[in-house]
Design a protein around this ligand. Structure first.
Ligand SMILES: Nc1ncnc2c1ncn2[C@@H]1O[C@H](COP(=O)(O)OP(=O)(O)OP(=O)(O)O)[C@@H](O)[C@H]1O
Length: 235
């Protein structure tokens, strides 16, 4: 059964129509890349699924049932900006997060922060952008959820660490959880993507397994993306 089914989503801000009948299915155990030019509506779509924005039209179903507020903990959402209070020390920020999301695995949080050498005694606002992004992502991934929505994760993380974290992300896939992530780092993310979704003007222009895109078009997902969107520039 699909974890997520989005059908005919419409969302506008004032007279700007951002999502235009956006439909999407997310199967179990999949990592899906949400790709598209700036302004295509990737963050807006993720925020609608996370319940932070209310679409004017359309349905969002989690395992076949329309999402209700009590289902929200089943979805873990990583925003494109930090949610951790900047004034807290890392150890207090972790405790705060554990209070906020009680399904987070406490032992693993301590272990992962240690392993990634994120300094406990530094305030969140004094972390580098890459350190802060790592911290948020590793906290999120220790949460028990069915669907993980990641908005532009790891953009500020150095390439070596990014590769290491992506390897860990793949290892953490247990066949039940799924990840929908928006990114402009198509080249870096491609090795972990099971499927790619191209979003254009708030609608899905292409949704296919990454393997199929490579086989049909004889090029990488990144090259196909550049071919499709290169002509258009930005939306
Ligand atoms: N709260 C808001 N109020 C008004 N306009 C908004 C709001 N949120 C998003 N928009 C507009 O909706 C459009 C889509 O924004 P969105 O952030 O979803 O795009 P995106 O595909 O994630 O872009 P990027 O790749 O640059 O992050 C943009 O034109 C943006 O200005």
């Amino acid at each position: 059964m699909n974890i997520l089914e989005v059908k005919g989503l419409h969302k506008s801000f004032g007279d700007r129509q951002v999502l235009n009948g956006c439909s999407l299915k997310v199967g179990e155990g999949r990592i899906i890349g949400l790709l598209g030019p700036s302004g295509a509506g990737k963050s807006t779509l993720l925020r609608c699924i996370a319940g932070l924005l209310r679409p004017e039209w359309g349905t969002i179903r989690l395992r076949g049932e329309e999402i209700r507020p009590k289902d929200r903990p089943r979805i873990a959402y990583l925003a494109d900006h930090t949610l951790l209070p900047g004034g807290l020390y890392v150890r207090d920020a972790c405790a705060y997060y554990l209070d906020l999301f009680p399904t987070t695995d406490r032992e693993r949080v301590w272990r992962e922060v240690e392993r990634h050498h994120i300094p406990w005694e530094r305030r969140v606002r004094d972390l580098s952008r890459g350190e802060a992004e790592q911290l948020e992502l590793l906290l999120l991934l220790q949460r028990e959820a069915e669907l993980y929505l990641l908005d532009e994760p790891l953009g500020g993380v150095d390439p070596v660490t990014r590769r290491e974290i992506l390897r860990e992300l793949m290892d953490s896939m247990d066949g039940t959880r799924s990840i929908l992530l928006s990114t402009h780092l198509v080249h870096d993310m491609e090795p972990v993507l099971d499927e790619a979704v191209f979003l254009r003007h708030g609608a899905v222009a292409l949704h296919a397994p990454a393997e199929e895109i490579r086989a049909v078009h004889g090029c990488s997902v990144e090259e196909h993306y550049l071919h499709v969107f290169g002509k258009e520039g930005t939306v």
